[in-house]
Design a protein around this ligand. Sequence first.
Ligand code: ZN
Ligand code: ZN
Length: 407
Amino acid sequence: MAIDYYATLGVDRGASDSDIKKAYRRLAQQWHPDVNQEPDAAVRFKEINEAYQVLSDPERRQRYDLFGTVGSEGGTGFGGFADIFDAFFGAAAAGAGRRGRPAAGSDLRYDLRITFEEAILGTVKEIEFPVLARCDTCGGNGAKPGTQPITCPQCNGRGEVRGVRQTMLGQMINVTTCPRCKGDGKIVETPCDTCHGEGRVERRRTLQVTIPPGIDEGHQIRLANEGEAGPRSGPAGSLYVAVHVAPHPTLKREGTELIYEASVGIAQAALGTTILVPTVEGEESVEVKAGTQPGTEIRLRGKGVPYLRRAGQRGDLHVLVDIEVPQRLSREQRAALEAYADASDEIVSEQAGLFDRVIGKKPAPKRSKARRGAAGEPAGSAGGGATTAATPGGASGSADVEDGTAA
Ligand SMILES: [Zn+2]
Ligand SMILES: [Zn+2]
């Protein structure tokens, strides 16, 4: 059941950032467990904090507005009391202000590799990792079963000690973390045998992580409370699953758009054809219309990447059509293209014909095609003749030597 963060902070849905901040400060002061003696103060305080963490972050607020949850992040929670003090009093107060409370556990990072398709379609992955988890023997408080941690006699459970100094300006109160309990406020006299009083033990944890469709390289999924347990019942840290996406052999991704570079022959571009385009759902037949120009883009709507923050919306797959001009021509291909050139009155360069080579004659422009403009070009030069590798052995003559095809 989703929590109404707006109701928690007592603001309406259109509240500005500063309204949210003001409401948060007021409620946090009112419900701070050090101030408020009501039994559910700590719970309320945690809820207020959670609501603020979501609503003060524009991205998470937007997602919450849309989905009523922060979904993929596995809920939010807060990373520990230190975080709250950071947000509330500034980082400097965090250390000294942690009165009578155990420290929070560390956040953990897990690097998860997924395929290109999994990133686009979403998946559920099982991950396993070592973690300092709460000790089951003592329930996390570090005391041997049958015993309890005692209140620290030096600070009376406050976790801090005050010293009073007389100065020129009057009395100065100097507050430091209690050296005896290190700020916990409690002392374990008879430590648990399993965890030696730490309240946590190393264990392997297995989790199912839901990867939302549309996730990309470098995104992180935060799983609150799945990080290290805090020592002696301290709040747990978060687990950050850092997602790494394998590249696709032929598809490129740019945000929500997929790009495929297709290549068709000149005849296919002119006459039309059907090509197979890879999509994350499998290959798809795509029509390349007759008369397609180089650089034409064919768009497959909705075959791209789902928007992470807009359910149901998906980008497109863009097929960029490149037209491949053949670099080598067989005799039949050349004849066909020459016939095409003839039919369309195009002036084309001549190639040294096989017959001319064999008898060692310099190729001469053919009458019908040697129009103005082509006449100045040396026939059979570089692009034309050099690639004819099929010259029969024993050929001689200067033309062959120039062409580098002498056997
Ligand atoms: Zn234990
Ligand atoms: Zn103490």
